[in-house]
Design a protein around this ligand. Structure first.
Ligand code: GLU
Length: 263
């Protein structure tokens, strides 16, 4: 594990909540424990979290996601605070301080803003704080949004020069076809995002929850272009993070071109 200095872990709504929208407290607790434990090994850890809209919906008793953008933003504003309250409680059990970072596309792509963000992250790392990142849904409407936290997590990994991006999903990784079909096989390693991988991502995009595989493949492309290893693993078992970091074969690993890789 000592090989890695800085990792980003992305967790989605389907891992954080049950089908009825309520929080999966044991899952969040285990995730907080594993990430605190990883941070204890002198690895800088960033958590990119979704779930603000989902938690807001549950708080206001909504069964369906509203279509209205302002309402979704309002739900995110309600849910984000609750989400942070839970993380604060869980991480503090393991002696870890967390910080909330809400960012938008501009903060990543405009130089002065990204510099400010990098400086903030670095100051937090110096104090062993775990930054918890989400998109700033109040000011990022559809046209200017990164839109999904898979891609957001890849940009964050790029911004802070992480070695490893781990995307926790509701399935075991990338399959060679719709995983509901008989004979579907888990792809263990991907060395480039070629036409075959793109077409798998298209085929599975609609059936796999929020972002599906397409957004994860987009994240992998960004990670690989920036020499960052990326893994998609099942988030229902947060201990998968230990396995990945110790080099065990779990989920799908995206390996950047060896010629470009650090080290
Ligand atoms: N920012 C959104 C939220 O926290 C999530 C976006 C996504 O699901 O990827 O609810």
């Amino acid at each position: 594990m000592a090989e890695y200095k800085r990792i980003v872990v992305k967790v989605g709504t389907s891992t954080l909540t049950y089908g009825n929208g309520k929080l999966n407290l044991s899952g969040i607790e285990r995730l907080s424990m594993v990430l605190s434990d990883v941070a204890n090994q002198n690895i800088d850890v960033v958590l990119v979290t979704s779930g603000a809209i989902g938690v807001g919906m549950s708080k206001l008793g909504f069964n369906e996601k509203p279509v209205d953008i302002a309402m979704k933003q309002a739900l995110a504003a309600i849910g984000q605070g609750i989400l942070m309250q839970i993380y604060e409680k869980m991480f503090s059990e393991y002696g870890r301080i967390v910080a909330q970072i809400l960012i938008t596309k501009e903060d990543i792509f405009l130089e002065d803003r990204s510099m400010n963000a990098i400086n903030t992250f670095n100051a937090l790392f110096r104090h062993k704080v775990i930054p918890i990142v989400n998109e700033n849904d109040t000011i990022a409407t559809d046209e200017i949004k990164i839109g999904d936290n898979d891609v957001l997590s890849a940009y964050v990994a790029k911004l802070i020069k992480a070695d490893f991006l781990i995307i926790l999903s509701d399935i075991d990784g990338l399959y060679d076809r719709n995983p509901a079909l008989e004979g579907a096989k888990l792809i263990k390693r991907v060395y480039s995002i070629d036409d075959e991988i793109n077409s798998i991502a298209e085929d599975t995009a609609s059936i796999l929850g929020t972002g599906g595989m397409r957004t994860k493949i987009n994240a992998a492309r960004i990670a690989m272009e920036n020499n960052i290893l990326m893994s998609i693993v099942n988030g229902s078992r947060p201990d998968n993070i230990y396995d990945i970091l110790s080099g065990r074969e779990v989920g799908t690993l995206f390996i950047p071109d060896k010629g470009n890789r650090k080290g």
